[in-house]
Design a protein around this ligand. Structure first.
Ligand SMILES: *[C@@H]1O[C@H](CO)[C@@H](O)[C@H](O)[C@H]1NC(C)=O
Ligand SMILES: *[C@@H]1O[C@H](CO)[C@@H](O)[C@H](O)[C@H]1NC(C)=O
Ligand SMILES: *[C@@H]1O[C@H](CO)[C@@H](O)[C@H](O)[C@H]1NC(C)=O
Length: 296
């Protein structure tokens, strides 16, 4: 029999390597995007313009004459010294002999797997378990994390019914911010002066768990679509217990309060305690919560 002392929403970015993408030049040679690392033997130029000009010198000999698309795709200043550029195999060979060249590798295409969690769980739109579960309608999810950005569109209460009558939680935002039928509670514990998220992690986990449907979500026009949490009709009760780290005493106080408040599910996306359950106060708190019929 499976026993899950607590449930965590863990967001993982699993990088997958795909084929690199090549394109052809008018003269028939194949161009490929390379990530090139460089370093100056006598130190690097200080000014960004000078750095960019120096990067350009790695390309100039074989790209100056042609009327082709620009070969330099990005010049990097902070992640490392180097650039991304479209090169043929011969051009790369020539570049390897230049003073300052360190290394180059063909660009890899990475894919994010975060948004595939619903597929992994076998949840499909308009049919099957996701639909039959009623999208979490009537369920209260308590999120112990870094707090919340209450104005985020994922926490709109459009289409949300009022919280169940059993709800006894509090909304401790300041006067200008109110709870709504999605965000039904917001509390904070020692060493914080409000439930506002100062980090982003709590907003991320809360919207992953129960974010409302947000149409037209995109990043600079990419991946335009509908963003939605796993349980878009569930209510959210926020317990701020973390900023960059989370104190055990605050976590336990929040779990304690959440049980009183009437949450149905606790979501904790934090860890670091010992492996042994007997040494792990979250596991112990979760066990008590489970005894009080809070699933975690
Ligand atoms: C989704 O579930 C509702 C009941 O919860 C049902 O009436 C409806 O037919 C379902 N939709 C599909 C496409 O199965
Ligand atoms: C109240 O909270 C909002 C964020 O929701 C914040 O911008 C504002 O500064 C806060 N006001 C006070 C007086 O703390
Ligand atoms: C996103 O898609 C919607 C619907 O197709 C469209 O109305 C909107 O303009 C798109 N937004 C962007 C930034 O592409």
């Amino acid at each position: 029999m499976g026993f899950f002392p607590y449930l965590t929403f863990i967001c993982m970015l699993n990088f997958h390597l795909f084929q690199t993408i090549a394109s052809d030049t008018p003269d028939g040679s194949t161009l490929q995007t390379y990530i090139v690392h460089v370093d100056g033997p006598d130190g690097l130029p200080n000014r960004l313009d000078d750095l960019d000009s120096w990067y350009d010198t790695f390309l100039s000999t074989f790209t100056a004459a042609s009327g082709e698309r620009r070969r330099m795709i990005y010049s990097y200043h902070n992640v490392f010294k180097g650039f991304a550029a479209r090169l043929s195999a011969d051009e790369l060979k020539a570049m390897e002999n230049k003073v300052g060249f360190v290394s180059a590798h063909p660009e890899r295409k990475l894919s994010l797997h975060t948004t595939h969690s619903p597929n992994f769980l076998g949840l499909n739109q308009n049919m099957g378990f996701w639909n039959e579960s009623n999208y979490g309608k009537g369920v209260i999810i308590g999120v112990l994390d870094t707090g919340i950005f209450p104005d985020h569109p994922s926490f709109s209460d459009k289409g949300m019914p009022p919280p169940p009558a059993k709800w006894k939680g509090k909304c401790d935002f300041n006067v200008t911010t109110k709870c709504n039928n999605k965000l039904i509670g917001a509390r904070y514990f020692n060493s914080f002066d409000g439930p506002i998220d100062d980090n982003g992690h709590g907003t991320h986990t809360a919207s992953t768990a129960a974010g409302n449907f947000v149409r037209g979500a995109n990043v600079f026009g990419n991946a335009n679509g509908t963003a939605v949490g796993i349980a878009p009709l569930a209510h959210l009760a926020i317990y701020k217990v973390c900023s960059v780290s989370c104190s055990e005493s605050d976590i336990l106080a929040a779990m304690d309060a959440a049980i009183d408040d009437g949450v149905d599910i606790l979501s904790l996306s934090l860890g670091g305690f010992a492996n042994n359950f007997y040494d792990d106060s979250i596991a112990l708190g979760a066990y008590s919560a489970m005894e009080k019929v809070v699933v975690q």
